[in-house]
Design a protein around this ligand. Structure first.
Ligand code: DGT
Ligand code: CA
Ligand code: CA
Ligand code: ZN
Length: 590
């Protein structure tokens, strides 16, 4: 296990112990232990474990040393597994409700006997929660809203999480001897920010073997459907997956059909009809005559001579007089019209990226040091890495004071001068936009940096007009380089604050400020639906992972998906430019 994974386990132990009402000192020990662990570099941790010297670190008592060692060497911890099993699952579930920490859950359990969300909902509705010491009507309302949100959001999953499940399944399917082709289709393939369920499509000779493999996958909790050529399962995580197996000659049609979207499919069928053709998941057949599309396709099946020559999506589009439409664009938002006129733009790709700007280190709320982050960027082959830790007003996130920022800049300059890494580090900041639109640092402080990301982290409840003016004022600041996460939304958790995106985009274009695609899988903010129009009008995009640890840098992949859905080309994304061009661009801004 990596140090961050171990820190997660320690943090979770702290939470679970608190939930059990354990001694607060013991709880504290795990929480501070987790923080102390993050401050150690990965290689140093490996050395300390090997030399049995973990105990020399401040904050690591005997119990912690033993647990860290066990996790680091075996990737498991019996103590943790037993602890988790000893707590009612309903209580752990309550932790996901915003505003409910272990202490409050403990109180709800001890004083009202609540052990699951259903009971909690009832108690809120009855007003019993509001009557409890330390709760009140406002808290009760917030809890109820949190439970409702969870129900509304609960059926969908972040694209990133879904992809991590789907990728090995596609690989597993392809490795089966019977399988000729296998793809993940549906919203996952279209790169939607959230995914309802996974859809796998397979062309195979022996269907039974594929179905049996699918229903026996690890972490499958329930087989919800099982037929000759299809199956559906639900994983322990709640995510569901559909499998369909088709004959090889149908694969292109089926892949297109099950990729969707529904709107795109409906429009394409409409187009086929105007050409006297009927399009379905089974094929493309003449529209006239009796019977449904399926019946016609089945009839054709028997007649080998008339068998369609179409085996790929590209051939399908071609048969309908269209250039190829990448899956990300298949949302029924004008892509068919554009594909008729000519070739669609070459969308930006993951391999086009040469760096990114919005990233954190242990100096603020990140979990890896400047050195570790730089090494990770170098390992990705990045030419440059921007460090933008939080500014002083973000107290929760250990925001940097002027003095600490000054020292970080010196550290970054020295790191570049030492040439230890091939990746150049840009010194920036993620500067809070104060409630009135002023920035958190004086101009003289910002002038010492290579660039400035400005973001809203407070006063989320301002009305739309105030919020919009606030952000525009920050955009107009001469030192502002880019705007961070436009709305502050957290997918499946909370909506963003209210802001007039159109006006902010106008201001950004007028002031030559970049807007980021925050690529953190739970943000993907600014939403892809705004990008096509904005970029056409001249807005520049930066795909920023907002990484808080080395593993977070890879999240740019989610950002690439999202901007592809916004039709962006390489030219419209700043971090596709080489280091020299970026340096010149920054220098020209003064
Ligand atoms: P999701 O799972 O909610 O994130 O969204 P999708 O797009 O993956 O939807 P899903 O899993 O229900 O179906 C996969 C694809 O199959 C969908 O994108 C288009 C196609 N499809 C499913 N049902 C229909 C339908 O009733 N009409 C049409 N035209 N296409 C459908
Ligand atoms: Ca789906
Ligand atoms: Ca489905
Ligand atoms: Zn950030």
């Amino acid at each position: 296990m990596t140090k961050n994974e171990i820190a997660d386990v320690l943090g979770e132990i702290g939470t679970l112990l608190e939930l059990k009402g354990e001694n607060p000192f013991k709880v504290r020990a795990y929480q501070t232990g987790a923080r102390a662990l993050e401050a150690i570099e990965e290689a140093e941790l490996a050395r300390l474990v090997a030399a049995e010297e973990l105990g020399t670190i401040k904050g690591f008592g005997e119990a912690l040393v033993q647990k860290i060692t066990e996790l680091h060497t075996t990737g498991r911890l019996e103590f943790f597994e037993k602890l988790r099993a000893s707590i009612e699952p309903g209580l752990v579930e309550m932790l996901q409700i915003p505003g409910l920490g272990p202490k409050k859950i403990r109180a709800l359990h001890d004083k009202l006997g609540l052990a699951d969300l259903a009971a909690l909902t009832q108690a809120c509705t009855d007003g019993r929660v509001a009557a409890l010491d330390g709760f009140g009507a406002k808290t009760q309302e917030k809890i109820l809203a949190g439970i409702k949100n969870r129900e509304a959001y609960g059926r969908r999953h972040l694209w990133w999480d879904a992809w991590e499940v789907a990728e090995p399944i596609v690989a597993g399917l392809r490795a089966l001897p019977a399988v000729k082709r296998a793809e993940a289709a549906g919203s996952l393939r279209r790169g939607m920010e959230t995914v309802g369920d996974l859809d796998f499509l397979v062309a195979a000779a022996d269907v039974a073997a594929v179905v049996e493999w699918f229903v026996a996958m690890p972490r499958v909790k329930e087989v919800t459907a099982k037929g000759e050529t299809k199956a559906s399962v639900r994983f322990e995580s709640g995510l569901q997956a559909d499998l369909r197996i088709v004959p090889e000659e149908q694969f292109g049609f089926a892949l297109h059909h099950f990729t969707g979207s529904k709107d795109h499919n409906v429009q394409l069928r409409q187009r086929a009809l105007t050409r006297g053709l009927s399009l379905s998941e089974w094929g493309l057949v003449p529209a006239e005559g009796e019977g449904t599309a399926k019946e016609k396709a089945e009839k054709l099946k028997g007649r080998k001579a008339e068998k369609t020559q179409i085996t790929t999506e590209g051939e399908l589009f071609q048969a309908l007089g269209l250039h190829f439409i990448p899956p990300e664009l298949r949302e029924g938002l004008g892509e068919i019209e554009e594909a008729e006129k000519g070739e669609l733009p070459r969308l930006v790709e993951r391999a086009d990226l040469r760096g990114a700007w919005h990233n954190h280190t242990t100096a603020s709320d990140g979990r890896n040091t400047l050195i570790e982050m730089t090494a990770a960027a170098e390992a990705l082959g990045w030419e440059y890495l921007g460090i933008a830790d939080h500014s002083k007003s973000s107290v929760q996130a250990k925001g940097l004071s002027e003095e600490r920022l000054r020292r970080q800049v010196e550290e970054i300059r020295a790191l570049n001068a030492a040439k230890k890494f091939s990746t150049h580090v840009f010194a920036g900041v993620e500067c809070d936009i104060l409630p009135d639109g002023r920035l958190d640092f004086e101009e003289a402080v910002l002038a010492k940096l290579d660039y400035v990301v400005v973001s809203v982290h407070s006063a989320f409840t301002q009305d739309e007009e105030t919020m919009t003016e606030r952000i525009i004022r920050a955009i107009e600041h001469p030192r502002t380089t880019m705007l961070g996460h436009l709305t502050g939304r957290l997918l499946l958790r909370r909506d963003g604050y209210r802001v007039d995106a159109g006006k902010v985009i106008d201001a950004a274009i007028a002031n030559e400020v970049v807007i980021e695609m925050n690529a953190s899988p739970w943000r993907l903010d600014m939403d892809w639906r705004h990008w096509r129009k904005a970029a056409e009008r001249g807005l520049m995009c930066a795909i920023n992972p907002d990484a808080h640890e080395t593993a977070g840098l890879a999240h740019v992949g989610a950002g690439v998906n999202a901007v592809r859905k916004g039709w962006l080309t390489r030219e419209q994304v700043l971090n596709t430019r080489p280091l020299k061009a970026i340096q010149a661009w920054l220098a020209a801004r003064g």
